[in-house]
Design a protein around this ligand. Structure first.
Ligand SMILES: Nc1nc2c(ncn2[C@@H]2O[C@H](COP(=O)(O)OP(=O)(O)OP(=O)(O)O)[C@@H](O)[C@H]2O)c(=O)[nH]1
Length: 590
């Protein structure tokens, strides 16, 4: 051990060693404590807190729990060391019990029990379990007390022994009929604590043994054991045990009829205790004193002690009730808090669920709208495509595939409808039939593609002479029909002739080659033939036939009594059948 004057080289290790021997070698612990206090200014914060803990422990050991409590509380709340904080709280548990702050005891016990799974430091866990067991004993919850005591036995921390656990188990069961002075667990517990070098625990167990002898009416054995253990108890200076030993001695001497000695022992016990204190030991002391005085015939003294005994008995019973009530109050309070918390968490869960449902509903609503929009868009596009394809089919069924103008059937249908309307309005119209001259030769000489090109270009030339209200259709092969609406016979002839001249004058071809071609035109007018389409067609065809017969490249109008030969090409000779080289002008393009 370092000399008092020398600085302690490793204060942390020094404190740990002092901590370890605080009950097994209490006098040495006190010396070490005094020594480290001299070095206190040099200690680091962690060591300062450890020293404060040992000081507080010593304060409690001396019985001044009221003074120890705020020190321990400060360590629990501010040391920042979880293990030391747990040990301080465990120690508070005992102090609060001794000072009858029962509700605080059980609130703290509940908190420590909840923290227990998180207390990993073996020594801290060990102390918490011991003190929890004691707190449960205080509440007379012996099952719980035994459970905690046995948990210690399950796993004692390294360097610790089963002594405290076994001692606790004896204490918990000691007033039960199962436990007698000859019970093996009694002797086993004493042996364990002796082997562990824990005289405080050994003496506590022996005091329980003395009490058991007395309950078994074996005062001689009780006294003999007390004689053996009292010097040790005195040297440990454990206030509680010194008081208990004196009180038990008084009981034993009384039972043996050694009244004077019993009185001396009882008064010694009284001198060690606070007369205002309520305790089982004090109650027993007053009972012994009352019985002695009664036996000695000192009625006044006997009454006085009896009154104090009765007050202690009542106080003790009150104290037992107060503990039970405090325990129940705390449990009720904790249960209410738990229920409240559960209720709140249920409400929170409900709210969260509701919010999730609302969000889902909004999402589902959006999905529905999106789906609806998609369906509408799909239907709209489907309808549009249907309409477009219907229109395409309609157009295909009404128009000529090569030239794009009305086909025969549609032209006839439209012409009949328009003629009916014109008839109602008493308006005139002309029907003209156009047929290309010797068109077969074009196909034969230049191929079908050239023939198609000529047909398309002929249609383009005709369109230039027509107004929007006129109808234009391909009647078949190289023959076209035009219904000139709102048109007199004279105007019709003029237009027909302009078309013929334009066809004749326009070179046509497929890009590589160029040819010229003429057309013969037959015309029928409503002025002469009326508004019946069939008749108009026949008469226009007849006029066309005559135009062909008269040498082609000319317009012939049906005139009722005789056709009117309107025009023939004067600029160049009328075309002749194939073989007549001069009849068909063909020029190769450059
Ligand atoms: N390239 C082409 N030729 C067609 C088409 N439709 C009909 N033809 C041809 O047009 C020619 C018509 O000949 P014809 O009826 O003998 O009449 P033409 O040769 O013009 O003689 P005339 O009418 O008497 O002046 C035939 O050879 C048909 O094959 C077509 O769509 N394309």
């Amino acid at each position: 051990m370092p000399r008092a004057s020398a600085a302690i080289p490793d204060p942390a290790a020094f404190l740990a060693q002092a901590d370890r021997i605080r009950t097994s070698d209490h006098p040495r612990f006190m010396r070490m404590l005094a020594q480290i206090h001299r070095d206190a200014p040099r200690l680091g914060p962690a060591e300062q807190w450890h020293l404060r803990y040992l000081d507080a422990w010593q304060t409690g050991y001396q019985g001044d729990y009221t003074k120890a409590d705020p020190k321990l509380r400060a360590i629990a709340e501010h040391s920042g060391n979880p293990a030391l904080a747990a040990r301080a709280s465990a120690l508070r548990l005992i102090g609060l019990g001794f000072t009858r702050r029962y509700e605080e005891t059980f609130v703290l016990a509940d908190r420590l029990a909840a923290e227990l799974p998180h207390i990993k430091d073996p020594l801290a866990r060990f102390q918490v379990l011991i003190n929890l067991s004691q707190a449960m004993l205080l509440a007379d919850k012996r099952d719980l007390a035994l459970k905690y005591a046995r948990m210690i036995e399950d796993k004692p921390p390294p360097g610790e022994t089963l002594c405290p656990s076994r001692m606790l188990q004896i204490t918990i069961q000691y007033d039960s009929p199962r436990l007698s002075s000859s019970s093996p667990e009694f002797h086993r517990a004493i042996e364990t604590c002796r082997a562990a070098g824990q005289p405080v625990y050994v003496n506590a167990l022996r005091l329980v043994m003395v009490d058991t002898y007395l309950r078994e009416k074996q005062p001689t054995k009780a006294l003999a054991l007390l004689d053996r253990i009292e010097p040790e108890i005195r040297s440990s200076a454990y206030y509680e045990q010194m008081e208990s030993a004196a009180e038990l001695r008084a009981q034993a001497l009384l039972a043996l009829g050694r009244l004077a000695e019993a009185r001396t022992a009882a008064l010694a016990a009284l001198s060690l205790s606070d007369p205002n204190e309520i305790s089982e030991a004090l109650k027993a002391v007053y009972e012994v004193l009352y019985k002695i005085e009664k036996k000695l015939g000192n009625a006044t003294a006997a009454l006085s002690y009896f009154e104090r005994y009765a007050a202690q008995d009542k106080g003790y019973l009150d104290d037992v009730s107060a503990r039970a009530l405090a325990y129940q109050t705390v449990q009720q309070h904790l249960l209410t808090e738990k229920l409240e918390t559960e209720k709140l968490s249920r409400q929170n869960a409900m709210l969260r669920l509701q919010r999730a449902l609302d969000a889902k509903a909004v999402e589902t609503g959006r999905l529905y709208i999106l789906m609806l929009l998609l369906i509408v868009a799909f239907i709209a596009s489907w309808l549009y495509r249907l309409k477009r394809s219907q229109m395409r089919f309609k157009r295909l069924s009404q128009h000529d595939g090569l030239t794009g103008i009305f086909n025969h059937q549609h032209f006839i249908g439209e012409a009949a409808r328009v003629l009916q309307a014109l008839k109602k309005k008493k308006e005139q119209a002309c029907l003209i039939s156009i047929d290309l001259d010797y068109f077969k030769q074009v196909n034969d000489t230049h191929g079908h593609a050239m023939g198609d090109a000529v047909l398309k270009q002929t249609v383009a030339i005709c369109k230039q002479e027509l107004r929007p209200a006129d109808l234009f259709g391909r009647l078949g092969g190289e023959e076209f029909g035009i219904l000139l609406t709102g048109c007199s016979r004279h105007q019709g002839l003029d237009i027909a002739n302009r078309i013929r001249i334009a066809i004749d004058a326009t070179p046509m071809g497929d890009g590589d080659r160029v040819i010229t071609i003429s057309a013969s035109v037959g015309l029928a007018s409503t002025e002469v033939s009326g508004h019946d389409l069939q008749r108009l067609c026949m008469e226009a065809d007849a006029a066309l036939y005559r135009a062909k017969g008269a040498g082609r490249n000319r317009v012939v109008a049906h005139a009722g009594t005789g056709d009117l030969f309107v025009t023939e090409d004067a600029s160049r000779p009328a075309p002749t059948r194939q073989g007549d080289a001069t009849a068909l002008y063909v020029a190769e393009s450059e």
